[in-house]
Each structure stands twice: as structure tokens, then as C-alpha cells.
Write a protein that binds this ligand. Structure first.
Ligand code: ADP
Ligand code: MG
Length: 636
């Protein structure tokens, strides 16, 4: 099999995109490889295709649990055996995944970097024949990257286990400093580096100064067409803006991480299918979403880095057609951004206090908790101790960067059921209520595989199907579960705290300089680069971005607001000059005895410089004569 035939067989695509083939080739030749491609460039295939060609298994380290699930689901649909591991999984799920590896010969194993801290897990990986190590979102391994994850350093341990396997690192955002760091941190041997240009020729970058952003959003959307995303950095405002747009007759909905799974799914689908034009969302929206015809991406708030801005704005125009990305900027934005950076760093005493309180709250005593997972209700915690959510999150983040705990916020489990009663027994359900029986039949009709495994269900769908309130469905599910007909795991959105080490005494809690001071510096440098982008008045916007990512090119984009302004200005000056030439010639014509420069300039009410320039041009071209300091029309 060749890479191309694999591509055709499993994905049904006809050809590779730029750089995909080169990266695949390099990996198959056994080279350590770094691939830099913008989001949507097609990085996943660069390891999924080799995984199918190589004998052993491919380990993929990737930071986001939700993306991991998406990818594995996607692969399974293509009949490719893949599994995932992360610290928030139940023992049961882990056991199943193992089974798939050993008995069914999974080709790809996705894992969170945190999972690699677990010696048992590493031990298990040691038993496998690892043919390729993939590090997705590889900028996370670098302190200079915008999303440093200390657990990524753990990948070195993985390399020790599979000495002969090449490593493929992939990222969409890497400055030169970061790409060097990635190679070094991963101990890459003579890495082959493939870099795709970050220039997007169909994107028009625009910055709009506005103190009434909401009306500006409406104006932009009413003057454009096609699918749009409005990014906002507050959950509350996603709703407000979307309601405002709807009231103004623009079809819109909103999305943020706090919504129920079903709601998110539904809204995403409505937007994806084009039934709803605009989605107003926090940055929780967009990852793993691949809509080619997004025409407008508006940023209501300025993101804290160009990396994030480029990634989010880059969701526009995947189909290569002309699209607009607009950043709205108000006077107070810069100060707000700077303040947010400092809020990310509560002082160390406070961090220790929060650690202590979290452990007490979870009833973990000193010396205990190693490798344990605890459901953690952050809001409740904040309420009890009077913390602000943001401050608490910042402290948890620093504690996690320092290796004391991990806060897994995004674990979200949809409801699952499995039928435990034997098929024959199902005919005799006399003990059940009529409604419960109806529900059971409905589930058997809607879902397959219920007898062999847990299957995701949706209370919302069932409620619509049976025309019963959701709360009632929930109660019926509990009834079925009490009657031992099914096993029911209700959906939960509780975040978890995972302890990679047992609880420490507060005085031994060290938040190192590289986690605190150095990161603070990096974050503020990044914010400043973003502020510079939004406040620039003279440099091409795309140039600014490319330059930031270490890319050089000749010329400017010609499409951004600044390039357009410059062109417009140049055109205006040209028009003004042409008019002035006519007026000057008229003026001199009426004064055959000649007139002085000052008189011309004064009477024509124009700038001295421009008049002087035109006079010397007209003289040089032979239209005028300059005699004794007076201009006359030339006698031809
Ligand atoms: P990235 O990880 O670089 O952001 P993905 O790997 O998620 O991008 O790919 C983005 C989209 O492009 C996916 O929907 C994928 O199916 C599609 N894609 C990737 N390579 C090809 C190809 N050679 N032909 C057609 N579609 C492709
Ligand atoms: Mg990707």
C-alpha cells in the first residue's frame, strides 16, 4: 500500500494537500519531523496515514480530551481501530481500551500528556511495539508557546520507551523560538522541518475602532453575507449579542462551554448546516469544527495573543473564497488586556492557601491522594470560601503547571446506558411502569449495541421522541436502573481534580520562577504584540502576523484595512494633484506677465510643498518658464 492508496481507501480523498505527502514521506523514512501548518491545513492525516502503513502502533499525545474523543470517533467511523486514554477516565473505560489494544490490534492510541505521568501506563506501553510517536499541538511543550503544559515534558519518557520510533511534532502556531524549543525538548535527531506559509490570500484583515461595538457588529453583518462567527470573551455576552442580532433580523444563536451537550450539538449543527447564519461564541467554539464557507469572523473582544487571534480568525474562508476577519477595538481594550495578565498571577501565599483549601474540601489528608481523581465543584468551592472564579482558576492553573494537581474542567460525560437484562427476560417486564416500558422500547429502537456495551443516549432526544418532560425521562431511567434492566450513568459536567502526587504540606509547595515570573513576562509580551496589531496605523496587518510567526516575505497583502487605506490615500493625492495642475495653469494663463511662487500658493489655497512640486514638474516638462522668479506659460 502507498500513502495515496491508504488515503483513498480509508478517507476517500483523491489527493494530498500541500506538505502532507512530504511530511508522511519523512516520517515513513524514520526521520524526526516537525510540521508547521495553519489550523485546517490537514495535520491529522500526516500521522493517521503513516499509522496505517507502519507495523506497530502509533501513540498520539494531544492535550484536549474533547478533541481526542472526536478524532477517535472519526477514525472508528472509517473502520480504523483507535483508542484513547486520559486521567479523567473510569477504570471500566480504561479496561475496555486495553482490550481493544491487545485483542483487536488498535493502530492508534491517543493519550493526554498527563496520563504519561502514570508509571503503570508507561509500563503498559512498554509492552507494545511503538512505531511512531506523535505530538499534536506541540507548542504546548515550549514555555514560549502560548499554552505551555508541563506534562508535555513527560513525552521524553515516552521516547525512552520507544527509542527507535521517530517523533512527529505538529503545531499551527510556532514562532522560530518555539520551533527550536520543540525540537530540543523532544530530543529530536536532525529534525526535518516542514513549514507552510501562514499567509491566507483570501482573508481580509480589518481592525475597526469602535466604542459601540454591538452596533458595529450589526453593521458589519448587515453589509456582508454568509456564515459568520462572532467571538466574545464572556459567556453572558454571547447570549446578549445573539439576542440583539435576532431582534435586528439577523439569524443568530449562541454557544459556550457552559451549555448542555445536546444544546451545543444542536446549535453547532444548525449553524453548520446554514440554518442559522451567525453563531456568537466564546473561544470554546470552533475546535474540531470544519466549516468551509465561513465568510466573516468578528472578534468583539481582543484575544490575549496573536496566536489565538490567528487561529480563531483563520476559521474564515477555508474554501479559499474571499472572507473578512474583523477585530473590534475600543479605547479601554489595551488596559483591560494588561490587567487580565496580572490577574492571572495571584500571589504565592494565596495560591498555597487555595491548594490547602481545595485539599480540605476534597477531604484529602497530607500524604494522600496520589494518582486519584476527585469530582470538584468549582463554583461551590468559590461560594464557600468567597473566592472569585477567575482568581481561583488562575491559582489552580499555576498549581497544575507546578505539578501539584490537575484541574480537568472539560471532562463532560454524556449519559450512557447498557441493557443488563438478558434479551429473553425483556419480554416479561410486568414489574415496570407502562411509561418505563415505553421508554425502554424506544431506546431499543433508537440505539444499537445496547446489549454489549455502554451507549451514549440523549435525554433530550428521548423526551422529544416520547413527548414527555426531560426530568420525567430521567426518573424513568432511574426506575429502569433500579429494576436492574439497564445500567444508567447519568450525564455529568462536574470537573475533576487529579493529583499526580500526594498532598503536600503548604510550606513545601513551590511555584517555580519559570512557572510564575517567566510566564508572566511571556504572557505580557504576547499581549503587547496583540495590542500592537490592533493599534497599528501604518503596517500591513498580515505582515504583522507573518512577521510575528517568523515568516518573511516581500510586499504587503494589499487587502487589509491599512493596505486599502494607503491605496485610497495615494489615489486621493493623485486626484488632488491633477486638479491642482489644471488650476495652476489657469491661474498663470490669466497673468501673462508672470507670477511669483508665493502668490500662486497663497491664491490657490494649497500646501506650499505640493505647489512647489507641481511647479517644478511643469517647468521641467516645458509647460512653464521660470524667468526672474516669475512663472509664465511657455511659448511653444
Ligand atoms: P489541522 O489539524 O491541521 O487543523 P485537520 O487534520 O483537522 O487540520 O484537517 C482539517 C480538515 O481537512 C479535515 O476535515 C480533513 O478531513 C480535511 N482534509 C485534510 N487533508 C485532506 C485532503 N488531502 N483532502 C481532502 N480533505 C482533507
Ligand atoms: Mg489538528
Amino acid at each position: 500500500m502507498t500513502p495515496l492508496s491508504i488515503l483513498k481507501k480509508y478517507w476517500g480523498f483523491d489527493s494530498f494537500r500541500p506538505l502532507q505527502e512530504q511530511i508522511i514521506q519523512s516520517v515513513l523514512e524514520g526521520n524526526d519531523t516537525l510540521g508547521l501548518m495553519p489550523t485546517g491545513g490537514g495535520k491529522s492525516l500526516t500521522f493517521q496515514v503513516p499509522a496505517m502503513l507502519l507495523d506497530g502502533v502509533t501513540i498520539v499525545v494531544t492535550p484536549l480530551i474533547s478533541l481526542m474523543k472526536d478524532q477517535v470517533d472519526n477514525l472508528r467511523k472509517r473502520r480504523i481501530k483507535a483508542v484513547f486514554f486520559h486521567s479523567g477516565m473510569s477504570g471500566e473505560d480504561r479496561r475496555k481500551a486495553h482490550e481493544l489494544i491487545y485483542n483487536a490490534g488498535a493502530k492508534l492510541i491517543y493519550t493526554s500528556p498527563e496520563r504519561l505521568r502514570n508509571p503503570r501506563f508507561l509500563q503498559e506501553l512498554r509492552m507494545l511495539r511503538i512505531s511512531l510517536i506523535v505530538v499534536d499541538e506541540a507548542h504546548c511543550i515550549s514555555q514560549w508557546g502560548y499554552d505551555f503544559r508541563p506534562a508535555y515534558l513527560q513525552i521524553k519518557e515516552l521516547r525512552k520507551i520507544a527509542v527507535n520510533a521517530p517523533v512527529l511534532a505538529l503545531t499551527a502556531t510556532a514562532t522560530h523560538k518555539v520551533s527550536e524549543d520543540i525540537c530540543q525538548q523532544l530530543n529530536m535527531m536532525r529534525p526535518r522541518i516542514f513549514r507552510m506559509s501562514f499567509s491566507r490570500e483570501n482573508l481580509n484583515y480589518i481592525v475597526r475602532k469602535s466604542e459601540t461595538k454591538i452596533t458595529e457588529v450589526f453593521h458589519i453583518l448587515s453589509r456582508t453575507q454568509g456564515s459568520s462567527i462572532v467571538y466574545v470573551r464572556s459567556r453572558k455576552r454571547t447570549r446578549e449579542i445573539s439576542e440583539y442580532l435576532c431582534s435586528m433580523g439577523i439569524s443568530a444563536t449562541f454557544f459556550h462551554a457552559g451549555l448542555d451537550y445536546e444544546v451545543k450539538e444542536r446549535r453547532q449543527n444548525e449553524w453548520q448546516s446554514g440554518a442559522v447564519r451567525v453563531i456568537v461564541a466564546t473561544n470554546a467554539f470552533g475546535m474540531g469544527i470544519d466549516k468551509p464557507d465561513v465568510r466573516v469572523v468578528i472578534h468583539y473582544d481582543t484575544p490575549p495573543s496573536l496566536e489565538e487571534y490567528y487561529q480563531e480568525a483563520g476559521r474564515a474562508g477555508r474554501d479559499g473564497l474571499k472572507s473578512y476577519v474583523v477585530l473590534l477595538s475600543a479605547k479601554s481594550d489595551a488596559a483591560n488586556l494588561r490587567r487580565k495578565v496580572s490577574e492571572n498571577f495571584p500571589d504565592r501565599e494565596k495560591i498555597r492557601k487555595i491548594y490547602e483549601r481545595v485539599c480540605n474540601f476534597l477531604k484529602i489528608s497530607v500524604g494522600e491522594g496520589y494518582d486519584c481523581l476527585f469530582p470538584f465543584d468549582l463554583d461551590n468551592f468559590c461560594n464557600i470560601f468567597g473566592y472569585q472564579r477567575r482568581q481561583c482558576l488562575a491559582a489552580l492553573h499555576l498549581l497544575s503547571q507546578s505539578g501539584y494537581l490537575e484541574f480537568l474542567e472539560e471532562t463532560e460525560h454524556r449519559s450512557r446506558i447498557m441493557v443488563v437484562m438478558q434479551r429473553e427476560e425483556l419480554y416479561d417486564l410486568s414489574s415496570l411502569s407502562l411509561q418505563a416500558e415505553k421508554l425502554l422500547k424506544c431506546m431499543l429502537r433508537l440505539y444499537t449495541g445496547l446489549f454489549t456495551d455502554y451507549v451514549y443516549i440523549s435525554e433530550t432526544i428521548l423526551s422529544a421522541e416520547l413527548n414527555l418532560p426531560e426530568q420525567y425521562i430521567y426518573e424513568l431511567l432511574l426506575e429502569l436502573s433500579r429494576a436492574k434492566v439497564i445500567k444508567y450513568i447519568p450525564r455529568s459536567k462536574t470537573p475533576y481534580i487529579y493529583l499526580p502526587t500526594s498532598r503536600e504540606e503548604p510550606r513545601y509547595i513551590v511555584i517555580p520562577k519559570n512557572v510564575y515570573e517567566e510566564r508572566q513576562k511571556i504572557l505580557s509580551e504576547r499581549v503587547e504584540a496583540m495590542i500592537k496589531y490592533s493599534s497599528a496605523t501604518n503596517n500591513c496587518r498580515e505582515d504583522h502576523i507573518l512577521h510575528y510567526f517568523g515568516e518573511k516575505r516581500d510586499g504587503t497583502c494589499g487587502r487589509c484595512d491599512i493596505c486599502r487605506d494607503k491605496r485610497k490615500k495615494a489615489k486621493n493625492t493623485r486626484l488632488e494633484k491633477e486638479m491642482l495642475i489644471t488650476r495652476i495653469i489657469e491661474f498663470i494663463k490669466e497673468r501673462p506677465n508672470g507670477v511669483d511662487f508665493r502668490i500662486i500658493s497663497h491664491n490657490l489655497n494649497s500646501s506650499d510643498d505640493m505647489v512647489a512640486e507641481i511647479l517644478s514638474f511643469l517647468t521641467a516638462e516645458g509647460y512653464l518658464d521660470l524667468i526672474d522668479g516669475a512663472y509664465k506659460l511657455a511659448q511653444d
